[in-house]
Design a protein around this ligand. Structure first.
Ligand code: NAP
Length: 318
Protein backbone atom coordinates (compact mmCIF):
# COMPACT_ATOMS: atom_id res chain seq x y z
CA UNK A 1 0.00 0.00 0.00
CA UNK A 2 1.23 3.46 -0.97
CA UNK A 3 -0.51 5.59 1.64
CA UNK A 4 -3.13 5.21 4.33
CA UNK A 5 -6.68 5.51 3.08
CA UNK A 6 -9.56 3.82 1.28
CA UNK A 7 -9.10 0.67 -0.87
CA UNK A 8 -7.61 2.78 -3.71
CA UNK A 9 -4.50 3.12 -1.49
CA UNK A 10 -3.66 -0.49 -2.37
CA UNK A 11 -0.97 -0.93 -5.06
CA UNK A 12 0.05 -4.11 -6.90
CA UNK A 13 3.84 -3.91 -7.20
CA UNK A 14 6.34 -6.23 -8.91
CA UNK A 15 9.35 -6.85 -6.66
CA UNK A 16 12.09 -9.50 -6.66
CA UNK A 17 11.62 -12.39 -4.23
CA UNK A 18 13.97 -11.86 -1.26
CA UNK A 19 16.61 -14.61 -1.34
CA UNK A 20 16.52 -16.85 1.76
CA UNK A 21 19.10 -16.26 4.51
CA UNK A 22 20.34 -19.13 6.69
CA UNK A 23 17.56 -21.67 7.05
CA UNK A 24 14.81 -19.50 5.60
CA UNK A 25 12.65 -20.90 2.81
CA UNK A 26 10.65 -19.43 -0.06
CA UNK A 27 6.92 -20.20 -0.20
CA UNK A 28 4.66 -19.68 -3.21
CA UNK A 29 1.52 -18.24 -1.62
CA UNK A 30 -1.77 -19.62 -2.93
CA UNK A 31 -4.30 -18.20 -0.42
CA UNK A 32 -4.09 -15.37 2.15
CA UNK A 33 -6.86 -14.01 4.34
CA UNK A 34 -7.85 -10.34 4.38
CA UNK A 35 -9.52 -9.44 7.65
CA UNK A 36 -10.36 -6.68 10.09
CA UNK A 37 -6.70 -6.02 10.94
CA UNK A 38 -5.76 -5.55 7.26
CA UNK A 39 -8.55 -3.03 6.81
CA UNK A 40 -7.47 -1.18 9.96
CA UNK A 41 -3.82 -1.16 8.82
CA UNK A 42 -4.74 0.15 5.37
CA UNK A 43 -6.63 3.02 7.01
CA UNK A 44 -3.63 3.83 9.23
CA UNK A 45 -5.28 2.80 12.49
CA UNK A 46 -3.21 -0.27 13.31
CA UNK A 47 -0.79 0.02 16.21
CA UNK A 48 1.84 -2.33 14.76
CA UNK A 49 2.07 -0.71 11.27
CA UNK A 50 2.59 2.99 11.90
CA UNK A 51 3.88 3.99 8.43
CA UNK A 52 2.52 3.27 4.93
CA UNK A 53 4.51 1.27 2.38
CA UNK A 54 4.09 -2.20 3.88
CA UNK A 55 2.49 -5.37 2.51
CA UNK A 56 -0.73 -6.31 4.30
CA UNK A 57 -1.71 -9.86 5.34
CA UNK A 58 -0.85 -11.87 8.43
CA UNK A 59 -1.47 -15.45 7.29
CA UNK A 60 -1.30 -17.66 4.24
CA UNK A 61 -1.42 -21.12 2.69
CA UNK A 62 1.19 -22.00 0.09
CA UNK A 63 3.72 -24.42 -1.32
CA UNK A 64 7.42 -24.65 -0.52
CA UNK A 65 9.63 -23.80 -3.49
CA UNK A 66 12.92 -24.12 -1.57
CA UNK A 67 13.90 -26.19 1.46
CA UNK A 68 16.57 -25.94 4.17
CA UNK A 69 18.06 -28.23 6.80
CA UNK A 70 15.56 -26.92 9.36
CA UNK A 71 12.54 -27.24 7.07
CA UNK A 72 13.54 -30.82 6.22
CA UNK A 73 13.97 -31.58 9.94
CA UNK A 74 10.39 -30.32 10.38
CA UNK A 75 9.19 -32.60 7.58
CA UNK A 76 8.74 -29.75 5.08
CA UNK A 77 10.32 -30.22 1.63
CA UNK A 78 9.96 -28.59 -1.77
CA UNK A 79 6.33 -29.10 -2.82
CA UNK A 80 4.97 -29.39 0.75
CA UNK A 81 1.67 -27.55 1.28
CA UNK A 82 2.07 -25.28 4.30
CA UNK A 83 0.10 -22.86 6.48
CA UNK A 84 1.44 -19.97 8.56
CA UNK A 85 0.67 -16.89 10.57
CA UNK A 86 3.40 -14.26 10.52
CA UNK A 87 4.79 -12.17 13.39
CA UNK A 88 4.50 -9.12 11.12
CA UNK A 89 2.46 -8.39 8.01
CA UNK A 90 3.53 -9.32 4.47
CA UNK A 91 1.38 -12.28 3.37
CA UNK A 92 -0.47 -10.55 0.52
CA UNK A 93 2.22 -11.51 -1.97
CA UNK A 94 2.81 -14.25 -4.52
CA UNK A 95 6.01 -15.37 -2.76
CA UNK A 96 7.25 -14.93 0.82
CA UNK A 97 10.65 -15.72 2.32
CA UNK A 98 10.22 -16.93 5.89
CA UNK A 99 11.71 -18.94 8.75
CA UNK A 100 10.55 -22.57 8.39
CA UNK A 101 9.54 -22.58 12.06
CA UNK A 102 6.59 -20.38 11.07
CA UNK A 103 5.20 -23.12 8.82
CA UNK A 104 3.05 -26.13 9.60
CA UNK A 105 1.85 -28.76 7.14
CA UNK A 106 -1.59 -28.29 5.59
CA UNK A 107 -3.71 -31.32 6.59
CA UNK A 108 -4.24 -33.25 3.33
CA UNK A 109 -8.03 -33.29 3.64
CA UNK A 110 -8.37 -29.57 4.40
CA UNK A 111 -9.41 -27.17 1.64
CA UNK A 112 -6.66 -24.50 1.39
CA UNK A 113 -9.19 -21.65 1.32
CA UNK A 114 -10.75 -22.93 4.54
CA UNK A 115 -7.29 -23.25 6.10
CA UNK A 116 -6.39 -19.69 5.06
CA UNK A 117 -9.03 -18.08 7.28
CA UNK A 118 -7.75 -19.81 10.40
CA UNK A 119 -4.13 -19.01 11.40
CA UNK A 120 -4.15 -15.46 12.81
CA UNK A 121 -7.68 -15.64 14.21
CA UNK A 122 -7.26 -19.16 15.59
CA UNK A 123 -3.98 -18.35 17.32
CA UNK A 124 -5.52 -15.14 18.70
CA UNK A 125 -8.61 -16.92 20.03
CA UNK A 126 -6.66 -19.76 21.65
CA UNK A 127 -4.01 -17.46 23.13
CA UNK A 128 -6.68 -15.10 24.49
CA UNK A 129 -8.42 -18.04 26.18
CA UNK A 130 -5.15 -19.14 27.68
CA UNK A 131 -4.60 -15.62 29.07
CA UNK A 132 -8.16 -15.58 30.43
CA UNK A 133 -7.27 -18.41 32.83
CA UNK A 134 -9.23 -21.48 33.81
CA UNK A 135 -12.35 -19.70 35.18
CA UNK A 136 -15.74 -21.36 34.89
CA UNK A 137 -17.49 -18.71 32.80
CA UNK A 138 -16.43 -16.31 30.08
CA UNK A 139 -17.80 -13.48 27.97
CA UNK A 140 -16.67 -13.39 24.32
CA UNK A 141 -17.28 -9.97 22.82
CA UNK A 142 -18.03 -10.06 19.08
CA UNK A 143 -18.81 -13.78 19.13
CA UNK A 144 -20.03 -13.67 15.52
CA UNK A 145 -16.68 -12.28 14.32
CA UNK A 146 -13.77 -14.21 12.85
CA UNK A 147 -11.87 -14.29 16.17
CA UNK A 148 -14.92 -14.39 18.42
CA UNK A 149 -16.59 -17.43 16.88
CA UNK A 150 -13.37 -19.42 17.32
CA UNK A 151 -12.89 -18.21 20.90
CA UNK A 152 -16.50 -19.10 21.74
CA UNK A 153 -16.15 -22.65 20.35
CA UNK A 154 -12.80 -23.27 22.06
CA UNK A 155 -14.19 -21.95 25.35
CA UNK A 156 -17.27 -24.16 25.06
CA UNK A 157 -15.09 -27.19 24.35
CA UNK A 158 -13.05 -26.50 27.48
CA UNK A 159 -16.25 -26.85 29.52
CA UNK A 160 -16.76 -23.17 30.32
CA UNK A 161 -20.10 -21.40 30.41
CA UNK A 162 -19.88 -19.02 27.43
CA UNK A 163 -21.89 -15.90 26.71
CA UNK A 164 -21.29 -13.88 23.53
CA UNK A 165 -22.17 -10.44 22.27
CA UNK A 166 -23.01 -9.45 18.68
CA UNK A 167 -25.57 -7.38 16.83
CA UNK A 168 -29.03 -8.75 16.22
CA UNK A 169 -28.18 -9.29 12.50
CA UNK A 170 -25.46 -11.75 13.49
CA UNK A 171 -27.67 -14.06 15.49
CA UNK A 172 -28.34 -16.26 12.43
CA UNK A 173 -24.65 -16.58 11.59
CA UNK A 174 -23.71 -18.14 14.91
CA UNK A 175 -27.12 -19.11 16.24
CA UNK A 176 -26.07 -22.75 16.14
CA UNK A 177 -22.84 -22.32 18.14
CA UNK A 178 -24.83 -23.06 21.25
CA UNK A 179 -24.20 -19.92 23.30
CA UNK A 180 -26.51 -17.12 24.42
CA UNK A 181 -25.95 -14.05 22.29
CA UNK A 182 -26.50 -10.61 23.80
CA UNK A 183 -27.13 -7.59 21.57
CA UNK A 184 -24.31 -5.15 22.39
CA UNK A 185 -26.47 -2.19 21.39
CA UNK A 186 -28.87 -2.80 24.31
CA UNK A 187 -28.14 -0.14 26.96
CA UNK A 188 -28.18 -2.80 29.70
CA UNK A 189 -26.07 -5.37 27.85
CA UNK A 190 -23.69 -6.01 30.77
CA UNK A 191 -26.65 -6.90 33.02
CA UNK A 192 -27.99 -9.20 30.29
CA UNK A 193 -24.60 -10.94 30.06
CA UNK A 194 -24.61 -11.54 33.84
CA UNK A 195 -28.15 -12.83 33.64
CA UNK A 196 -27.29 -15.25 30.80
CA UNK A 197 -24.22 -16.47 32.70
CA UNK A 198 -26.24 -16.76 35.93
CA UNK A 199 -23.83 -14.41 37.66
CA UNK A 200 -20.77 -12.31 36.94
CA UNK A 201 -18.33 -13.97 34.54
CA UNK A 202 -14.82 -15.06 35.56
CA UNK A 203 -13.22 -13.68 32.42
CA UNK A 204 -13.92 -11.70 29.28
CA UNK A 205 -12.25 -11.42 25.87
CA UNK A 206 -12.80 -7.97 24.41
CA UNK A 207 -11.80 -6.18 21.20
CA UNK A 208 -13.72 -2.96 21.79
CA UNK A 209 -11.94 -1.38 24.75
CA UNK A 210 -15.29 -0.67 26.36
CA UNK A 211 -14.96 0.10 30.09
CA UNK A 212 -18.41 -1.46 30.54
CA UNK A 213 -16.99 -4.97 30.13
CA UNK A 214 -15.96 -4.63 33.81
CA UNK A 215 -19.68 -4.60 34.73
CA UNK A 216 -19.99 -8.20 33.49
CA UNK A 217 -17.02 -9.48 35.50
CA UNK A 218 -16.58 -10.93 38.96
CA UNK A 219 -14.48 -8.74 41.30
CA UNK A 220 -11.34 -10.75 40.59
CA UNK A 221 -12.33 -11.42 36.94
CA UNK A 222 -9.71 -11.31 34.19
CA UNK A 223 -10.21 -9.04 31.17
CA UNK A 224 -8.25 -9.97 28.02
CA UNK A 225 -7.97 -7.17 25.48
CA UNK A 226 -7.28 -8.14 21.85
CA UNK A 227 -7.91 -4.68 20.38
CA UNK A 228 -9.24 -1.21 21.15
CA UNK A 229 -11.77 0.40 18.86
CA UNK A 230 -10.83 4.06 18.49
CA UNK A 231 -12.68 7.17 17.41
CA UNK A 232 -12.84 7.65 13.66
CA UNK A 233 -9.56 9.24 12.54
CA UNK A 234 -7.93 8.55 15.93
CA UNK A 235 -7.93 4.73 15.87
CA UNK A 236 -4.19 4.29 16.29
CA UNK A 237 -3.71 6.87 19.07
CA UNK A 238 -6.75 5.58 20.94
CA UNK A 239 -5.52 1.98 20.66
CA UNK A 240 -2.04 2.95 21.91
CA UNK A 241 -3.65 4.68 24.92
CA UNK A 242 -5.96 1.70 25.52
CA UNK A 243 -3.16 -0.87 25.44
CA UNK A 244 -1.00 1.32 27.71
CA UNK A 245 -3.86 1.52 30.22
CA UNK A 246 -4.46 -2.24 30.04
CA UNK A 247 -0.75 -2.93 30.57
CA UNK A 248 -0.87 -0.99 33.88
CA UNK A 249 -3.98 -2.82 35.09
CA UNK A 250 -3.28 -6.03 37.01
CA UNK A 251 -6.67 -7.51 36.15
CA UNK A 252 -6.24 -6.97 32.40
CA UNK A 253 -4.06 -8.84 29.93
CA UNK A 254 -3.12 -7.93 26.40
CA UNK A 255 -3.42 -10.65 23.78
CA UNK A 256 -1.14 -10.07 20.80
CA UNK A 257 -0.94 -12.98 18.36
CA UNK A 258 2.01 -11.37 16.48
CA UNK A 259 3.99 -11.14 19.74
CA UNK A 260 3.06 -14.71 20.67
CA UNK A 261 4.20 -15.97 17.24
CA UNK A 262 7.44 -13.97 17.47
CA UNK A 263 8.38 -15.08 20.97
CA UNK A 264 6.85 -18.55 21.52
CA UNK A 265 7.55 -20.26 18.22
CA UNK A 266 7.22 -23.90 19.27
CA UNK A 267 4.01 -23.22 21.23
CA UNK A 268 2.66 -21.36 18.19
CA UNK A 269 3.43 -24.29 15.82
CA UNK A 270 1.82 -26.84 18.15
CA UNK A 271 -1.23 -24.64 18.54
CA UNK A 272 -1.67 -23.95 14.82
CA UNK A 273 -1.20 -27.63 13.92
CA UNK A 274 -3.82 -28.69 16.44
CA UNK A 275 -6.30 -25.99 15.34
CA UNK A 276 -5.86 -27.05 11.68
CA UNK A 277 -6.48 -30.68 12.65
CA UNK A 278 -9.65 -29.60 14.49
CA UNK A 279 -10.93 -27.75 11.41
CA UNK A 280 -10.00 -30.66 9.13
CA UNK A 281 -11.97 -33.16 11.23
CA UNK A 282 -14.98 -30.85 11.56
CA UNK A 283 -14.48 -30.15 15.27
CA UNK A 284 -13.98 -26.40 14.80
CA UNK A 285 -15.96 -24.11 12.53
CA UNK A 286 -14.21 -21.13 10.94
CA UNK A 287 -15.60 -18.18 9.02
CA UNK A 288 -16.61 -19.14 5.45
CA UNK A 289 -14.06 -17.88 2.90
CA UNK A 290 -15.12 -15.47 0.15
CA UNK A 291 -12.50 -15.67 -2.61
CA UNK A 292 -11.02 -12.81 -4.64
CA UNK A 293 -8.01 -13.07 -6.99
CA UNK A 294 -5.06 -10.92 -5.85
CA UNK A 295 -5.54 -8.85 -9.02
CA UNK A 296 -8.88 -7.73 -7.53
CA UNK A 297 -7.40 -6.64 -4.20
CA UNK A 298 -9.35 -3.36 -4.31
CA UNK A 299 -12.70 -5.19 -4.53
CA UNK A 300 -11.45 -7.61 -1.87
CA UNK A 301 -10.63 -4.72 0.49
CA UNK A 302 -14.09 -3.25 -0.08
CA UNK A 303 -15.72 -6.62 0.58
CA UNK A 304 -13.67 -7.05 3.78
CA UNK A 305 -14.94 -3.70 5.07
CA UNK A 306 -18.48 -5.03 5.09
CA UNK A 307 -18.04 -8.80 5.33
CA UNK A 308 -21.31 -10.39 6.47
CA UNK A 309 -21.21 -12.23 9.81
CA UNK A 310 -19.54 -15.61 9.54
CA UNK A 311 -17.60 -14.78 6.36
CA UNK A 312 -13.99 -13.72 5.72
CA UNK A 313 -12.26 -12.57 2.53
CA UNK A 314 -9.44 -14.72 1.14
CA UNK A 315 -7.12 -13.55 -1.65
CA UNK A 316 -6.13 -16.26 -4.14
CA UNK A 317 -2.82 -16.23 -5.98
CA UNK A 318 -3.35 -19.42 -8.03
N1 NAP B 1 -4.74 -9.11 19.25
C1 NAP B 1 -4.51 -9.79 18.14
O1 NAP B 1 -3.49 -10.44 17.97
C2 NAP B 1 -5.56 -9.75 17.06
C3 NAP B 1 -5.56 -10.72 16.06
C4 NAP B 1 -6.60 -10.70 15.11
C5 NAP B 1 -7.57 -9.69 15.16
N2 NAP B 1 -7.49 -8.75 16.14
C6 NAP B 1 -8.48 -7.68 16.25
O2 NAP B 1 -9.65 -8.25 16.80
C7 NAP B 1 -10.77 -7.50 16.35
C8 NAP B 1 -11.84 -8.45 15.81
O3 NAP B 1 -11.32 -9.06 14.66
P1 NAP B 1 -12.28 -10.01 13.78
O4 NAP B 1 -11.46 -10.44 12.64
O5 NAP B 1 -12.94 -11.02 14.63
O6 NAP B 1 -13.36 -8.94 13.29
P2 NAP B 1 -14.77 -9.21 12.65
O7 NAP B 1 -14.82 -10.53 11.99
O8 NAP B 1 -15.10 -7.98 11.88
O9 NAP B 1 -15.77 -9.30 13.91
C9 NAP B 1 -16.05 -8.20 14.71
C10 NAP B 1 -17.06 -8.64 15.74
O10 NAP B 1 -17.26 -7.59 16.67
C11 NAP B 1 -18.67 -7.40 16.84
N3 NAP B 1 -18.88 -6.03 17.32
C12 NAP B 1 -18.95 -4.88 16.62
N4 NAP B 1 -19.17 -3.84 17.47
C13 NAP B 1 -19.21 -4.36 18.73
C14 NAP B 1 -19.44 -3.81 20.01
N5 NAP B 1 -19.64 -2.50 20.21
N6 NAP B 1 -19.43 -4.63 21.08
C15 NAP B 1 -19.23 -5.97 20.93
N7 NAP B 1 -19.05 -6.57 19.72
C16 NAP B 1 -19.02 -5.75 18.64
C17 NAP B 1 -19.24 -7.73 15.50
O11 NAP B 1 -20.61 -8.03 15.61
P3 NAP B 1 -21.63 -7.60 14.44
O12 NAP B 1 -21.00 -8.04 13.13
O13 NAP B 1 -22.85 -8.36 14.77
O14 NAP B 1 -21.75 -6.10 14.52
C18 NAP B 1 -18.43 -8.98 15.16
O15 NAP B 1 -18.93 -10.09 15.86
C19 NAP B 1 -10.25 -6.52 15.31
O16 NAP B 1 -10.08 -5.27 15.95
C20 NAP B 1 -8.91 -7.09 14.92
O17 NAP B 1 -8.02 -6.09 14.46
C21 NAP B 1 -6.52 -8.77 17.10
Amino acid sequence: MSRFGDPTAMVLAREPVRPPRGNEVVVRVTHASLGATDVLARRGGYVLQPAPGFITGYDFVGELVTESAVSVALGLRVGSRVVAALPRMGAHATFVTVAPTLLVALPPTLDPAAAAVLPLDGVTAAHALDLAGPGRSILVQGASGAVGMLAAQLALRSGRTVVGTASARSADAIGDLGIPLIDYSAPDWPARVREAAEGPVDAAIDHTGSPRVRETLATDGMLVRTAFAGRSGHERADAVRGFARAARNRSERICSAPLFIATRRMAYRRLLASLLADVADGGLRTAEPTLFPLAEVWEAQRAAESAPPGRKVVLTMV
